[in-house]
Design a protein around this ligand. Structure first.
Ligand SMILES: NC(=O)c1ccc[n+]([C@@H]2O[C@H](COP(=O)([O-])OP(=O)(O)OC[C@H]3O[C@@H](n4cnc5c(N)ncnc54)[C@H](OP(=O)(O)O)[C@@H]3O)[C@@H](O)[C@H]2O)c1
Length: 254
């Protein structure tokens, strides 16, 4: 085995929601493995901050303001990335939101926002990016799911529904494009400390519940996402498609 199978030199990656959190970790990991990176999100300040940090690693990078809930914004953003970089080899759908309330109190507005961002957003972006991958006969799509695509937890109505949908979407896309050279896989993380989960991190009871429920006894550490992202983006995983790989300290092995 050589490290060439993990080499992303000459590849262009687009990562949605890479202005902070797990998306920033993923975008930086892809750059460390050799890819040029289109950083996507809505915060102009963070687009500049993350793309500058990636350029410091010696890779080409630029920020693209793109709202995944808007088809028009997605199409414009993808066109701009294709104009700038000439192609997209690796797409990571990662932008996500959450709202934790019981089923009976769940507001329709929050349901719509979560499904439109976490599920429909992945569809809109992939539909815009995949044609040029299929034309070239090569591409890697990585969908950020969650353990909540597989398990349920109270107060996670829309979020768990969206992630279950992402796992299913991953299979359908993988089947349609298997012979076209485009691999589609998902990552299902447990809890990692980002802005999305501050509410839970700051609640000692819920923080401890997660530690106790996890066989390895702790939350994920941000750098522990890097390996799986690089693996799914690289030739090392070329015969894997349609899978969700859980990164959860053993949670779902119970
Ligand atoms: N943290 C965890 O424990 C955990 C566990 C499992 C799965 N995940 C998943 O990992 C992904 C990233 O989560 P995170 O924890 O890193 O959250 P985060 O720190 O809150 O980051 C969310 C990212 O999504 C972007 N975003 C939100 N709505 C958007 C929209 N409409 N259009 C474009 N970008 C949008 C945000 O960028 P702007 O604000 O700049 O637009 C930001 O970059 C999500 O899909 C989440 O479900 C997280």
């Amino acid at each position: 085995m050589t490290l060439e199978i993990f080499d992303l030199s000459g590849k262009v990656a687009m990562v949605t929601g890479s202005t902070r959190g797990l998306g920033e970790v993923a975008a930086t990991a892809l750059a460390k493995a050799g890819a040029d990176v289109a950083v996507c999100g809505r915060s102009q300040t963070d687009l500049k901050r993350v793309s500058s940090a990636i350029k410091q690693l010696g890779r080409a990078s630029a920020g693209f303001a793109l709202d995944v809930t808007s088809k028009e914004s997605v199409r414009t953003g993808v066109d701009q990335i294709l104009q700038h970089f000439g192609k997209i080899d690796i797409l990571m759908n990662n932008a996500g939101v959450n709202h934790r309330v019981s089923v009976l109190d769940f507001p329709e507005k929050e349901w719509d926002l979560i499904i439109n961002t976490n599920l429909k957003g992945y569809f809109l972006v992939t539909q815009a990016v995949a044609p040029q991958m299929l034309e070239r006969g090569y591409g890697k799509v990585i969908n950020m799911s969650s353990i909540l695509g597989m398990i349920g937890l109270p107060n996670q109505l829309a979020y768990a529904s969206s992630k279950g949908g992402v796992d299913q979407m991953t299979k359908v896309m993988a089947l349609e494009w298997a012979k076209g050279g485009v691999r589609v896989n998902a990552i299902g993380p447990t809890y990692f400390e980002t802005e999305l989960v501050t509410q839970i991190r700051d609640d000692p009871e819920r923080f401890d519940f997660i530690n106790e429920r996890t066989p390895m006894g702790r939350w994920g550490r941000l750098h522990e996402l890097e390996g799986i992202v690089i693996f799914l983006a690289a030739p090392a995983s070329d015969f894997i498609t349609g899978q969700t790989i859980l990164i959860d300290g053993g949670w779902t092995a119970w």
